[in-house]
Structure formats: structure tokens, C-alpha cells
Design a protein around this ligand. Sequence first.
Ligand code: NAD
Length: 498
Amino acid sequence: MKNVTHWIGGRPWDGAAQRQGDIYDPAAGQVTGRVDFASAAVVDDAVAAAGKAFGSWRAASLTKRTQILFAFRELVRAHTGELAELISSEHGKVAGDAAGEVARGLEVAEFACGIGHLLKGGFSENVSTGVDAYSIRQPLGVVAGITPFNFPAMVPMWMFPIAIACGNTFVLKPSEKDPSASLLLARLWAEAGLPEGVFNVVQGDKEAVGALLAHPEVRAVSFVGSTPVARYVYQTATGAGKRVQALGGAKNHMVVLPDADLDLAADAAVSAGFGSAGERCMAVSVLVAVEPVADDLVARIAGRVKALRVGPGSDTQAEMGPLVSAAHRDKVASYLDAGVAGGATLAVDGRAHAVTGGSEEGFWLGPSVLDHVTPQMSCYTDEIFGPVLSVVRVRSYHDAVALVSENPYGNGTAIFTSDGGAARRFVNEAECGMIGVNVPIPVPMAYYSFGGWKASLFGDTHAYGTEGVHFYTRGKAVTSRWLDPSHGGVSLGFPQNQ
Ligand code: NAD
């Protein structure tokens, strides 16, 4: 059985943990290892290592930092297969999804390779006679990242490449459910030449989180996870005077207008609803069918869903893996009964879906489609975070956009239509942070920024992109007067008229 521990000051921690947690292989339903849980004292050690490294790291030239980032990027790319296997073995997602998450994380590392350009300030000559003004951005110090189970490589990589490129030092607290990817990333940083203490990992649960939020030397916290924890992290850490961006849960609606290409919409609903077993914060969980398309659309989706191959990540043909834990699987399944009890119909019941090549003990639940869902049902109001697509039938575009905008979450949404004017109107009106037009999962590229509205984000800064650079730096404006040498300064070497 493997033992996963912390990474502090450039090496694995060699202490004896007082508390540990189990690591599962969700496809086998078996415990495959143990992960150490950091106490407050271990968090102190990690923050101290990061604090010690900060002075020389912030002084490292932009050229030096860029060289290390490029080396890290190359190493992660070369280890994509190994990272993807680790992710699959602890999260359960299939190989393609795991490799995809590494690729999306790498895009942020690539963006951070341009840090020299990103940190350029402004300069105004002669704002007054002989006076210049300019702006610079400086790192904050030790910053922390707290991340969820569903993207154990990508979400941490939304944070630390930019934080580190900006000259900060970093303490990551990954999810205790799939902790191994963080350690491989730490080893790759070391191999890339990152000085010890610049990147640290503390494993654990809410005790480690509480210690990070209370630590006076932690200047900023980036959090991604469920809404109740995001709200708690935001309130606690801002109360302690820290800068915070806390990204929360989601309930993403995909609106299909009657003029949409229904095959395109059905393909999109299936990949966005059931990819990564629906355990994606940008997964489509509500399909809003604007009548009269619902019957036709649901039939096309049901046909595709029934053909999905469900199996372990080790099967390269598998399209959907198990859920992350038995408890989560059971909770997700309970929404099917609750939906039916509330009047919804099960167009596809994932509990009957065949599993190809998986162990019987695995945390399996096939893809389900609940039709005739209404906004009062728990399958609509709750973030299910699993392979359940709820279909809400509405009469008009207006009903659809109102549903999206009135939902308490505001992460992503998408519209499927062949009418550019309707799409443009939706982009303008929908109250969400990320919008797709005939694209079901509109995750922004690394040079834009990722973030939702309403209960999907606490704080005002989105993740990565230029907003990430802003979050991990402080602005300084300088006003500077230098007298001309003719006022008695250094000789400029011109001939003197005696
Ligand atoms: P979670 O909120 O349970 O855990 C997130 C992190 O917080 C983990 O590191 C965990 O150890 C820690 N944590 C959990 N409970 C805590 C507590 N009581 N006190 C302090 N720390 C605690 O989330 P999860 O189940 O790991 O991930 C799934 C959730 O993350 C979903 O709600 C999903 O929508 C959300 N998510 C959001 C985004 C986004 O960009 N908005 C991205 C990915 C995931």
C-alpha cells in the first residue's frame, strides 16, 4: 500500500503523521493507500519553508523564473501519461479525461511562461517638469491554494504556475481523496530547478485548511470547491486580512432553442453531462429544452447515452468511469428516486447500465436522464455532481433565460441555436460568468480568466489569466524626480567653456 505525504522545503516530509486518511481506487472499490493529514504544526513548517524561500525567489530575475517555468512545462508534458494514470487510479476518470485535464492545466503553465510580458508596468514621462510616474506589480509573499478532488492536477495548475511566476512562494492543500498528483508535480518542479521551499504541499483535511486560513504569514488564499466551504473560506480568510478568491459549486444549464442542430446539441449534452462522470464544475446538469424540441432531443440523447461504454480508466475504450466514492455514488443515485417521487420521469436509468471490465466493488453509477424536471425538485435545486442530466421543458426563450439567471449559481451556461441574434441576446442577458454558444463547456483559455457569478464565486477576482496575475501581485505607483545633471550632478563629459 502506498503512503502519500507532504512536500516541504524541496523534499518529502519524513515525520510520523498523527492522522491519516484512506485513498481508494474507485474502479476497484478498494483502499490502495494512506495519505498523511497535516496538523497545524506541519502547516507551520510548510509556511515557514515558503517564507524562508520568498526573499531570494522574489529577487530571482524574470529570465531565471521563466527558464524554470519552461523546464517545468516540458517535464509535465513528458510525464502526462504518468500523471493521467495517477489521476485515473484515485479519481476514477477515464484515461482521455485525465490526459485532458493535464493538457488544460499545462495551458496555464504556458501562459505563465510569458510572465516577463505580463508583469510589465506603465510609464509616463514628464508628468510634471522633470517628474516621471510609473507602476510596478510585486509579489505578495506566501500564498496558499486549496483544491477539490475533481481536477487534482488542473485546478492546482490554475493557481501555482502564475503565483510562482509572479515571485510568490506557494503552499498547496490538495484534496485528500486524490493526493498523489500533487506530489508528482512537486517532484517535477524540483527537477525543473525550482529552489526548495518555493512550492510546498500539505496533505489533509479541514484541520490543515483551518491552519492555513489562520496563519498570519499566508497573504492570499485561492480556493476551489463546493459553495458552503468556499463561503466559509472566504469569510474566514478575509476576516484574517487575507486576499481571497473562492470558487464554489455550480448548476450549469444548456439551453436548446427550436432552431438548433439537434444532433450537435445531443452530442454536446452527452459529452458535457457525462464526461468525467459529471464530476466537473462546468458539467451540464440541466438541459433546458425550448418546446417543441424536447421529445426529439431527449430521444436523441437517450440513444447516445445508452451506447456509452462505462468502465475503468485502465480500459482505453471506456468513456465514463466510476464516481469518486461509495457515499457520493449513493447520494447521486438518491436524486433519481427523489426526482421520480417528485413527478419527473426516468428517460434513462443509469443504475441499469452495464459496466464493462470493472470490479463489482467499484463505485459505479451509469449515466441517467431525468425528464420533466421542474425547478422545485431537489434534482434541480441541488448541485448533484454526478452523471445525471435533468431536462426542464420550457415554452419560450424568455422562460429559459429567466431560469438560468434566477438560479443561485452562476458558473457556466450554454445556448444551442442557429440564430446569431438569439445567441448574442443570450450572451448579453444570462447571469453567469462563462457562456458557450454552441459550445457546451465554455472553460476559458488560459489567457482569459475562469470564474462564475453569484454563489459560484466569492471574491471579485477570477482564476488564472491576467486576473490571476493581478490576484498574486500588489500594484505600486511611483512618482520620481531626478534633477538634470546641469544642476550640479555628474559631469556628462561635454567640453566645458572656460
Ligand atoms: P469540497 O468543498 O468538499 O473540498 C474542497 C477542498 O476543501 C478540499 O481540499 C477539502 O479537503 C477542503 N474541505 C472540505 N471540507 C472542508 C471543511 N469543512 N472545512 C475546510 N476545508 C474543507 O469540494 P470537493 O467535493 O472536493 O469538490 C467538488 C466541488 O468543487 C463541487 O461543488 C464543484 O462544483 C466544485 N468545483 C468548483 C470549481 C469552480 O471552478 N467553480 C472547479 C472544480 C470544482
